[in-house]
Design a protein around this ligand. Sequence first.
Ligand code: KG4
Ligand code: ZN
Length: 323
Amino acid sequence: MILAIETSCDETCAAVMGLDGALRASVVASQSADHVAFGGVVPEIASRRHLELVDPTVRAALAEAGATLADVTRVAVTAGPGLIGALLVGVGYAKGLAWGRGLPLVAVDHLHGHVASLQLAEDPPAGPHLVLLASGGHTLLLDVDGPRIRTVARSQDDAAGEAFDKGARLLGLGYPGGPALAALAAGGDPQVHPFTTPLAGRDDLAFSFSGLKTALAMAVAADAAPPADLAAAYQEAIVRHLVERAALGLAATGRGTLGLVGGVAANARLRATLPGLPARVVAAPLALCGDNAAMIARAALELDPLEPAALLSLDAHARSPLG
Ligand code: KG4
Ligand code: ZN
């Protein structure tokens, strides 16, 4: 079975999966509480916490799977993109484990991991499909054909999750901001002070969120509407933008299936709106939208392990060729 490790941001994750794709265990040790006082992830704190948490998290995943290290035949790890110090903790741990036990090591791109989370849905996409990946670090449309992934659209500025986080901050909500803003928006009216959809009326295959953030900052400063109404209108504009760009991507690629993945894929309003598109919509399971190692294990099934000679020279990288 595969043991997968993911430490790209502020969650220490380990998962155990059979080589047949059956998920045996997925453990996520969140560090949110360590970063909340700073209003965002502090990279140095994240690295240090990963160092403390990675071994207990791996042990917890093995215990949950009813397995021991002796059952592990392959190790997988996120090698990038992400916070470099955080990634290095997982990469170093995985290299040591694989080398020490003579196991093959698979290096996984975090974005490929999010894409692979769709394969753990109840009714996964069968053939080529378009994926809307919306997370704290990326907003992408990816054309997926087996292991081949091509970037169709990316953000010109902020990511969708970053827009949620910055919006939450402007509204005086806590971190992480996405769920907090969504909760406030649930009691608001998006029509009281509506925001213009980013790139409205244009057919660019690109995303943009920074103008929307500025519009919210100005509305908050002017006390233009109650916070719940502003949150609802802001969320609505983000969702409209994501859905419009997904529609353009479907038309441009001719794909009939749209996958929804990444932390923002947990947003209830987005999940409720996307099925209006002319495509079969598959969303990642709620528990696997945010960062986790189950998706890294699933992606590793589609990849070849590193050559044994390359194992010890595997390095982490902050950026992805897909992003
Ligand atoms: O995929 P993820 O866990 O980490 C990255 O790879 O970036 O995504 C985290 C992002 C954060 O910006 C968080 O605010 C956002 O996903 N998020 C949400 C919701 N839950 C998490 N955004 C909107 N609505 C949510 N319910
Ligand atoms: Zn992620």
